[in-house]
Design a protein around this ligand. Structure first.
Ligand code: C5P
Length: 395
């Protein structure tokens, strides 16, 4: 997507760098249009390096290519962060005395603004009226948050966090095809304690489950994410419930699934756990050369959820296999979907370097009958969206 990030002259302009970076990392072509005042707060080279594009600020540059309207015409989305009281007033009046004003007036793309100013300015009747005008025209206003301002004062007026601005901006351009659906997702890998300091675990980072939660929330779903030992930050905008062991995951998933429309088991679950957990640290001095561990089978959470599911609930499982041969992998997956009884099974091959803890993924999705209903490869986010496409509309 072609995204224009408008940066205006407030101290929060330094945080606009993170907005630009998050949009670039999400795969968008980002073009910064900065006011002259914005460039007093943040350097052009910084913005050019981070956006990977030329930064535009001068209305009288690129006149031959009619740049004052071309940038806005090409935009799929415009994000103004920070939006000062002055810029908000100019937007409300339809003024175009700088490149950003021209760009916005010449564009039909959705516009998102993230106001940033002192509390008095935010609460001034002029700003209140201008914001109401902009909202009335369909402009999305993100924040401001309440908190520490530039000086010693604090209150409403602080620019929202860059991740929140980007999430809000991207969600308005995305179809809200999961609006009203409640989705419970598990992510990460369970750990089974041996003693107070040791556990048996697996290499799941939780990235795929987190990507599913983020993608579902962006498409309008109400998401509960049950996290088992995530290696990465949990996403914002979803309800998080933390667990560690398989038995904890089982209990939490059972409770979080009762009123869910969709349940996705993306967590890597330990099939066995130590029969007993030592009260104190197991010592080599008392164990000698060999340590015998007795493991007992864990419940199959996915299978249990399928058995007790409410009518109409869609349940999705994941299968991570080390099988190299695609046909044999598919045969394993077909056996698994039959045993577990879930509606969809997302199958991927994992090894020492594939699947786990990596940024990308390659999957085949089969239905209950064992038929291939989807294939996806790329970032875990794009794989997540592919899985959700199958849930959003009948496959
Ligand atoms: O049998 P396998 O571990 O390959 O199945 C993988 C799928 O089953 C995943 O969706 C995983 O979350 C789930 N699972 C489970 N409980 C277990 C083992 C796996 O819910 N004990």
């Amino acid at each position: 997507m072609n995204v224009v990030v408008g940066i205006t002259g407030g101290i929060a302009a330094y945080k606009a760098v993170s907005v630009v970076r998050a949009l670039v990392l999400a795969g968008h072509d980002v073009h910064v249009v900065a006011t002259e005042n914005a460039l007093r707060f943040v350097g052009r080279p910084t913005l050019e390096a981070i956006s990977r594009n030329t930064v535009h600020s001068d209305l009288y540059e690129g006149v031959a290519e009619v740049r004052h309207v071309a940038i806005g015409q090409a935009a799929d989305l415009i994000v103004v962060a920070p939006a000062t009281a002055n810029t908000i007033a100019k937007l409300a009046s339809g003024l175009a005395d700088d490149l950003l004003g021209n760009t916005i007036l010449a564009s039909t793309a959705p516009v998102v603004i993230a106001p940033a100013m002192h509390t008095e300015m935010w609460q001034n009747p002029a700003t209140v009226a201008n914001i109401a005008t902009l909202r009335g025209r369909g402009i999305t206003v993100v924040g401001p948050a309440s908190g520490q301002l530039t000086g010693r004062d604090s209150g409403p007026g602080r620019m929202s966090e860059p991740d929140d601005i980007v999430a809000a901006a991207l969600s308005i351009t995305r179809p809200q095809d999961l609006a009203g659906r409640r989705i419970t997702i598990s992510a990460g890998g369970t750990r089974e304690p041996l003693d107070p300091v040791r556990f048996i675990g697996n290499r799941s980072s939780g990235r795929q489950g987190v990507a599913l939660a983020e993608a579902a929330a962006a498409r309008g779903a109400a998401v509960t994410l049950v996290t088992a030992n995530l290696e990465i930050a949990a996403p914002r905008g979803v309800t998080i419930q933390k667990v560690s062991t398989t038995l904890e995951l089982e209990a939490t998933m059972a409770a979080a699934s009762t009123d869910a429309d969709v349940v996705i088991m993306a967590a890597a679950v330990a099939d066995y756990r130590p029969e007993t957990v030592a009260e104190g640290k197991i010592k080599k001095e008392t164990q000698g050369d060999v340590l015998d561990l007795r493991l007992v089978k864990n419940p199959d959470i996915l299978h249990g959820l399928v058995e007790r599911r409410p009518v109409g609930q869609i349940i999705v499982g994941f299968a991570a296999e080390t099988e190299e041969d695609p046909e044999a992998l598919l045969a394993l997956a077909r056996g698994k979907v039959a045993r577990k009884g879930c509606d969809l099974l997302v199958v991927n091959r994992v090894g020492w370097s594939e699947g786990f803890a990596t940024e990308g993924n390659e999957v085949v999705i089969i239905d209950r009958a064992g038929d291939i209903v989807g294939e996806a490869s790329g970032s875990k986010r794009s794989v997540a969206d592919h899985v959700l496409d199958l849930i959003a509309r009948p496959y």
